[in-house]
Each structure stands twice: as structure tokens, then as C-alpha cells.
Design a protein around this ligand. Structure first.
Ligand code: IPM
Ligand code: MN
Length: 359
């Protein structure tokens, strides 16, 4: 298969981790006889430095013209806690999601058996955790009207959802539930928010078309608690933009490191793959960032194009690295395996032999 992949490394540790994911995808292409081409473009703070905008026109055009986007991370401390910053790196990612129509963000959370001791939660609580968050990505409070009064003393962000926006992601989430354990949990704040009540109405109507899927409803505050008390109860979590953002970081903790969680953002025409972690500026250039979330995002890219065996080969290689303790210091503080070392190990161990099955 031929795939044109736009690589947007972004800020902080983004370039280091996407380099490892690209290395693994290149290994897959070599082993399985595919043709993947990679083109790089600037986004985020690095793009602001260069061209005064977090999403330059040529970056957007490259993404429009590619089959998939491999995204690193975005954000720079220079812009944090600076309420006067007019342009922010994050705007680049938000605009990209909107322009590419990436309304559905898929964030799987799984416990890797060999890392079960790394979790801050008890083994018996997290054992068997395997759920996926379907986060709406181009609506809600992130994209509603923003206002600041002229005297700067009053600010507002509007949370808007339409039936159409709720319905298109809900169908994808129900289909995912059907192919998994037939359970869907809608997370909202319907006891307070009108937009959440619309989510409930639309989701309960759509549920009638998926009779095999059991649906339940949780308020976000309770969901945040349940995720820590008993994460094994979840299969597919469907939620809006901001609740999904918050719950997915919480999900990251369950597995022992946020550096493990990949994501796919999909729309009608385009798809983008990125780790759920941020730019982690303190680790930039130190060769300590965990590349696994980015590498697994690459595996999700392969899956998206129906390259199941290839995707599985990447995952198996990641599992092999974990089993051998070849992981970065967030997971193995005694050893000093660097980002590149771990990336090399995983890329070098992607092969299509039956060795997979041993794990
Ligand atoms: C994420 C990030 C982004 C978000 C930021 C960088 C805008 O936290 O992808 O989870 O809030 O969506
Ligand atoms: Mn986030």
C-alpha cells in the first residue's frame, strides 16, 4: 500500500517521539513491502517563531494532501500563564482538527500486563482494564463563542452542541461497542447542562438501532471517580470535548504512564494520529521521553488503513520491549534507556514471524 504521511512534530518532546514512530512505520513498510512517504511541516510554538502563526498555510495544505497526519505535541511554557498572549500554540492543533473535520477522537486505555506494577493504583483494581474513550473533538466549549468584556473583568466560553454533531460520533461509538463488549457509557453533566441533556436525548434515540449494546449514563464527576475505583467496568466511553480531554489524562494514569497512550482523530476525509500526552517541555532534548504513545499512534494509523497484521506487529514489538524492561525512565527509573534506544529496539523487532505468538 502507498501512504502519504504528513509528520507534524510540533513542540517540546514532539520531534523526539514522532521520529521514533516514523522509524517504526518505515520498518513496517520495509518488512511488509509498503511505500510510505513522509513529509514534515511546522505547527505550534515552532511555527509561531518561524512564521507568526501556529498553523501555517503550507502545513494545512500538506495535511489536506496526505492520507494521514502523524502529530507530535503542542505547547510551550513561554505562552502558559501569559493571559496577554494573542497567539497560542494550541490554536494550531484546534484549527487543524476543525479544518480537517476530525470530529471523533479515539483514545484506548489498556493495562499492559508486564507494567501492571507501575500503576499508582492497586493491581486488583486495574486488572483487566480495557476501555476506549470516544471524545467529540470539534465542538462543545472548545469551539463555542469566546468573549472578554472590554474592561477585562468578565469572560465566557459557550458550550454548543448540535444533534448532528452528537449523532455522527455516537454512531461510531456504538459500532465500536458492537465490535467490543457491547457496553457504552455516555458521560455528561445532564443534571446541570442543557447541552448534556441533548446528548442524552440523541444517544438514547440512537441506542434503539443498536439493541445488542447496553447503554448507561454517568455524570462526569461520578465518572471521574468510577474510573479510579473500578476502571474494569468500562468498555466504550462516549463524551464531549472537554470531559473527554480530562478523562483521558486520568485514564493515562491507570496504566502507569501517560507516555503510553495513543490516539486517533478521524473525520469523513482525514485522519490524524497523536499521543495523548502533551509537549512535556522539561524533558525536551534530554532523550528521556517515552516514545511508546507515539509509536502506538503509528499502529493506530496502520489499523485505520486496514493493515491489521502490520499494526499487530508493532504492538507485539512494543510488548516485547516492555517485557524486557526496555522502556524509558518514567517506567523503569533504574535503567537509563533513552527515547532513541527504545525506539530503535521496537523498530528492530517488528517482523512478521510467529514469534508474535509467544507473547
Ligand atoms: C489533548 C490536548 C489538547 C486538547 C490541547 C493541547 C489543546 O490536551 O489533545 O488532549 O485539549 O485537546
Ligand atoms: Mn489533553
Amino acid at each position: 500500500m502507498k501512504l502519504k504521511i504528513a509528520v507534524l512534530p510540533g513542540d517540546g518532546i514532539g520531534p523526539e517521539v514522532t521520529a521514533q514512530a516514523q522509524k517504526c512505520l518505515t520498518a513496517v513498510a520495509d518488512i511488509f513491502g509498503h511505500e510510505f512517504s513522509f513529509k514534515k511541516a511546522a505547527v505550534g510554538a515552532v511555527a509561531i517563531e518561524k512564521s507568526d502563526t501556529p498553523l501555517p498555510r503550507e502545513t494545512l495544505d500538506l495535511c489536506y494532501d496526505s492520507d494521514a497526519v502523524l502529530f507530535g505535541a503542542i505547547g510551550d511554557p513561554k505562552y502558559d500563564n501569559n493571559p496577554n498572549a494573542k497567539i497560542r500554540p494550541e490554536q494550531g492543533l484546534l484549527e487543524l482538527r476543525q479544518k480537517l473535520g476530525l470530529f471523533c477522537n479515539i483514545r484506548p486505555v489498556k493495562i499492559f500486563p508486564t507494567l501492571i506494577d507501575k500503576s499508582p493504583l492497586k493491581k486488583k483494581v486495574i486488572k483487566g482494564t480495557d476501555f476506549v474513550i470516544y471524545r467529540e473533538l470539534t465542538g462543545g466549549i472548545y469551539f463555542g463563542e469566546k468573549k472578554l468584556s472590554s474592561d477585562g473583568t468578565r469572560a465566557s466560553d459557550l458550550c454548543v452542541y448540535t444533534e448532528e454533531e452528537i449523532s455522527r460520533i455516537s454512531h461510531l461509538a456504538f459500532k465500536a461497542a458492537k465490535s467490543r463488549r457491547n457496553k457504552l457509557t455516555l458521560v455528561d453533566k445532564a443534571n446541570v447542562l442543557e447541552s448534556s441533556r441533548l446528548w442524552r436525548k440523541v444517544v438514547s434515540r440512537i441506542a434503539e438501532s443498536y439493541p445488542e449494546v447496553t447503554v448507561n449514563y454517568l455524570y462526569i464527576d461520578n465518572a471521574a471517580m468510577q474510573l479510579i475505583l473500578n476502571p474494569g467496568q468500562f468498555d466504550v466511553i462516549l463524551t464531549g470535548n472537554m470531559f473527554g480531554d480530562i478523562l483521558s489524562d486520568e485514564g493515562g494514569v491507570i496504566g502507569g504512564s501517560i507516555g503510553l497512550l495513543p490516539s486517533a482523530s478521524v473525520g469523513e476525509k482525514h485522519a490524524l494520529f497523536e499521543p495523548i500526552h502533551g509537549s512535556y517541555p522539561q524533558a525536551k532534548g534530554k532523550d528521556i521521553a517515552n516514545p511508546i504513545a507515539s509509536i502506538l499512534s503509528g499502529a493506530m494509523l496502520l489499523d485505520h488503513y486496514g493493515l491489521d497484521e502490520e499494526s499487530r506487529a508493532v504492538v507485539i514489538s512494543v510488548l516485547k520491549a516492555m517485557k524486557k524492561g526496555i522502556v524509558t525512565q518514567d517506567l523503569n527509573p533504574e535503567q537509563h534507556y533513552g527515547t532513541q534506544y527504545v525506539g530503535d529496539f521496537i523498530a528492530d523487532n517488528i517482523n512478521d514471524t510467529d514469534e508474535h505468538l509467544i507473547l
